[in-house]
Design a protein around this ligand. Sequence first.
Ligand code: FES
Length: 678
Amino acid sequence: MTKKHTIILQPSGSRGQVDEGMSVRSAARELGVEIESICAENATCGKCMVLIEEGRFEKYNIDSRRENVSPVSTEEAAYFARRPKLLKDKGWEVGQVRLSCQCKIRGDVLINVPEESRGNKQIVRKSATERAIEVKPAIRKYLVTMTPPNLERPIADWERLAKGLETSMALVRGTEEKLPRWYELGIDYQCLRTLSKTLREAKWNVTVSVWQDKEVIEVQAGYVEDSYGAAVDIGSTTVALYLCNLRTGEMLAAESEMNPQIVYGEDVMSRIQYAIENPDGLEKLHKAIISTLNKLLKQAAHEAKIKMSEILEMVLVGNSTMHHVLLNLHPKDLGLAPFVPTIHRSMDIKARELGLHINPSGNIHVLPTIASFVGADTSAMIVAEEPHKQDENWLLIDVGTNAELILGNRKRLVCTSTPTGPALEGAHVEYGMRAAPGAMERIVIDENTLEPKYKVIGVTGWNTDHAEFKGQVKGICGSAIIDGVAELFRAGIVDSRGKFKQGLDSKRIRKGESGWEYVIAWAEETSIGRDIPMTQQDVRQIQLAKAALFTAARTLLNRSGLESPDKIILAGGFGSYIDKEKAMLIGLIPDCELDKVYAVGNAAGDGARIALLNVEKRNEIDGVTRKVERFELPTDPEFQNQFMLATSFPHMSEPFPHIAHLIPNRKADPMAKNFMSK
Ligand code: FES
């Protein structure tokens, strides 16, 4: 019998067992991942390049090694020998990078399929929202005209410029403003090194960029009006960058890319674990994100037709793990009790220290973190949504593999976080996949006939709108998983405990390899040639994820003495695509008036953009985050009881009046009082 080995493909997260000796490209196809080729696998096009990742991947229980694929063949060596520049630009070495059509599986291996090799490119769902932002940037430009030095007044270049700058700043801003005197101004060392040359070449007529009214970070010849900045949201899955004009506030480019760290772990805990277990783990994670940021900066600068050196500031946000890895701070204490970050407060660092390819004297501002798993992305969400200025109690939820929650109003804000696992994003669900062409994004089940209909990304309308619907679907993405589970419950196929009911008259309900399941798409409708069901196991995964999220929300409500929030704000790409009624029907979110539930898209990215364009918001958020009260869920005595109650649809004891009409045959659950009385 042919030996089998485990292969994991990232960033898709596809995994499975394949036969020894199979080429990596064929194995990927078998697991539903298409890798490009235009040379019929002749080792000449290079479109099929993949990276063999090395290290221990505890989560998958594999040791991935280069020796676990066949040695570099003569054809591959010849191909790479013709491409030294490509290898240099990408920082790859032969053996790490392989032609997937040539190398053969010999053991367990984790393979990273780079963007350019992917057959079906991912749709990255992160976009900036239109928001009114008052533009008060940290960087201002001033034109300074000086008299050249002479023997009577041989004042040094910097002092001459600083005195001229003091006059220009007062003229531009008005003398009533509190401005520093010339001797209080500083100059960045890198900028100082070219100062004499610039002043002379510019004939003593220059534009000076001053950061926060205290430090000169750039001196340009003549009159220059604009400077630029970038706001970045580093998510565990996606990195989104917005390039803005710092004078007008206009957004000039928006770029996004999958987070390359995904090859080292899908969620933050597995990345922390990777950094702990591999001596060079942190370095690999850090370099991966810095190189992606540089790539996005380059693309954005190209799009906006500016030089990267004209970008003078960046504001970066991300969850606590992304924050630490970005700053090259070891994240191990975030994952170990008592779960403390290295730093909470916001930071300003020179771009050159992080190796970011903007102006080397440019500033990198990182928003503050709030708790071990409530990071700078949540701070940015607060900047964007401003719950601290409301009279009503708002509940803000950023849904992802880790959910962060903030509840409160102008008087008090409380926060917590909970791991929800990757199930809500389509992983760990048998036919789950990320939002990409071929993924189901909506599912409805007729409660009378028990027949489904669904929508697929990349195809217009419902599958039932097309007379012939064949070969279009290959999996279920996060929004459809919520839909699917909610519809199974609403149509009476699964009960409030999430169990499949017996004896229903539908050929779609059957006993599969892992228990009861409901077939949403028959094999002929799919591109994978297999029926796509939702299984008992899938329902269970969603129950655990939604119970974790609901329990976190309930804990915050209880701690605030509230029954329900006045308004629920769902942030993050996932929140934008879920059907709020269905999310409430399965009890993913607490009961609330449905028209008071809003999806706000990438609020963290918007918050980063606001903090980039308005420096006052940075001080404001520093003050707000210092006062936010944090709750760690596992230490809450009620946690286990609440979690058990929350595994039912929508909940074992809470009434959910706003979606009660959708709940099939709801009776008071006799189990509820057992848990309630504990
Ligand atoms: S498919 Fe062309 S080089 Fe592999």
